[in-house]
Write a protein that binds this ligand. Structure first.
Ligand code: GDG
Length: 499
């Protein structure tokens, strides 16, 4: 989350049902970070991205509170003084930041959330070697449990002040919060949303038995469990069945401790208005001019990702290399731009992966580049305006994650693109359920197929490109950003009415 644009205090176009009670959101990372200005005064900066827009939009309508962990030293210092002051962002909801001691937080965040749960649900382990669960991993699990309980306690405390809110708990970091919160506030309506894939029952068995049962039980404390796609929801139901828990597949419901838990897909939409505003900033316009000059007459293949193992950057580069070797007539006429936002630098697997990607890019440039033509340009930088500018310019957008909960890039690109660019999309990206039929489909492990997909996308005739681009835009616009929260809140209310 970097520097962001200001949020409109209230936008009547976006107003949803006004009779909803208050909402309390919980997530590991909050919607705001503080950076000191020249005088050293902490200034709040709103995070960028569809998720922050969806949740701040909902909170603007209902009022309430967002609870998150303090990230930086400055965050921790401000959090220790009480509620964060976000008045200058025009928000009519509060933000509470939780302080966790840095060692516990590191075990919770790096040790379990990113090293175990992220790897598990994206199928990232090199199975002959990892995972391996010994005493150290159990200790990290203890920290995970502790931070989840800290969140649950804070949410329960806030329940009174917020007049019995609906709770929207976010993501895999907080899988144990629903059950812990239910113990403290038994009748409270709780939805939990998983932003990443949910692995299938066989792969989930890579987790020690007690841990995977605890995870399922933690999530089943919710009334509503949300995933981006049918596929991830089905995997979750399959995992419950594998543990002997009663599941009604037809109604997508789990019977758990005398309650019924609904398990549903709620695909997150793209922030179409926010993207248009971001493209209109001076930073994005300057980046657009610079990229246009750099591209020249060449065609542009683009990827935009966090520098992240699950995004399959390396196979993407190898596929582009293979494409250039099989179709030499394209040499000098196409450029590949990879905009990579640095991520999780604390994990050695990530540093090694990024290094490997950079080395492959260098080799491809050395072996295949000639004259002033460098085929593969990599930018490793947090630069949202540049991403928004590049979206407008691509001829081919390569989105080939090994697995991805949704992948918003696949939806954002087509909204802003001006060249009837073609989307090459992994069949394992959640976005595939909504927009896959307008894209060129790839199996992310098949480098040859991906190379051929790039070739097919570049060679596609004008009418076909225009037809697909139009259909993509329509498909994305059919799912407005607000629907994601509204559908969860409506299902929570319904679940409550039916007891
Ligand atoms: C997780 C799940 C799920 C691009 N460049 C920069 C930057 N961006 C923005 C993009 C987009 C977002 O970052 C990336 O979102 P994705 O959905 O593609 O991927 P994850 O970060 O892995 O998100 C994913 C998502 O949660 C929401 O539920 O779709 O499956 O993995 O909006 O425009 N943002 C910043 N700097 C950049 O340089 N700050």
């Amino acid at each position: 989350m970097g520097a962001g644009r200001p949020v409109a205090p209230s936008d009547p176009e976006r107003a949803g049902p006004s009779d909803r009670g208050r909402v309390v959101v919980a997530s590991n990372r909050g919607p705001v970070t503080f950076v000191p200005d020249e005088a050293g005064r902490p200034v709040p900066r709103r995070g960028v991205g569809g998720l922050v827009s969806a949740l701040t939009g909902a909170l603007q309508r209902t009022g309430g509170l967002w609870v998150a962990a303090a990230m930086s030293d400055l965050d921790r210092e401000l959090a220790a003084r009480g509620r964060l002051d976000v008045a200058e962002l025009g928000w009519n909801f509060g933000v509470r930041s939780l302080v966790v001691d840095p060692e516990t937080y590191d075990r919770f965040y790096n040790g379990v959330s990113n090293r175990v749960l992220w790897f598990l649900h994206h199928y990232l382990w090199d199975v002959p070697r990892a995972p391996s669960f010994g005493p150290q991993e159990r200790e990290a699990w203890e920290a995970y449990r502790k931070v989840n309980r800290t969140f649950a306690r804070a949410l329960a405390e806030e329940g009174e002040a917020q007049g019995g809110p609906a709770y929207l708990v976010q993501d895999y970091h907080l899988s144990l919060v629903p059950a812990a919160l239910r113990e403290l506030r038994p009748g409270a309506p709780v939805a939990h949303f998983f932003h990443i894939p949910f692995a299938d029952p066989t792969y989930v068995r890579l987790l020690p038995t007690a841990l995977r049962r605890e995870l399922l039980a933690g999530m089943l404390g919710a009334d509503v469990l949300g995933f981006h796609t049918e596929r991830w929801a089905r995997n979750f139901l399959g995992c419950c069945e594998a543990e002997g828990i009663r599941v009604d597949r037809r109604r997508r419901a789990v019977s758990w401790q005398g309650r019924e838990v609904r398990v549903r897909p709620y695909p997150l939409g793209a922030d179409v208005e926010g993207l248009a505003a971001a493209a209109d900033t001076p930073e994005a316009r300057a980046a657009l001019a610079e990229l246009e000059a750099w591209r020249g007459e060449a065609r542009l293949v683009l990827r935009v990702d966090r520098a992240e193992l699950s995004k399959n950057i390396l196979r993407g580069f190898l596929a582009f290399e293979l494409f250039l070797r099989r179709y030499p007539e394209w040499r000098g006429r196409v450029r590949f731009l990879a905009l990579l936002n640095p991520s999780r630098g604390d994990l050695e697997e990530y540093a090694a992966y990024v290094e490997q990607c950079l080395a492959v890019a260098e080799r491809v440039n050395r072996e295949l580049g000639s004259g002033g033509w460098r085929p593969l340009e990599v930018s490793l930088k947090d630069d949202f305006p540049r991403a928004v500018a590049a979206y407008q310019l691509y001829d081919v957008l390569l989105v080939n994650p090994v697995f991805d909960g949704m992948n918003l890039v696949a939806k954002e690109g087509p909204v802003l693109n001006r060249r009837d660019g073609v989307l090459v999309l992994s069949e394992n990206a959640g976005a595939f359920e909504e927009v896959g039929r307008y894209a060129v489909r790839v199996n992310p492990f098949d480098v040859l197929e991906t190379a051929e997909a790039i070739a097919a996308a570049l060679a596609m005739d004008r009418e076909e490109r225009a037809r697909r681009a139009r259909a993509l835009r329509r498909a994305v616009r059919r799912n407005p950003l607000e629907r994601w929260v509204e559908a969860q809140l409506a299902d929570l209310e319904d679940a409550r009415r039916r007891g």
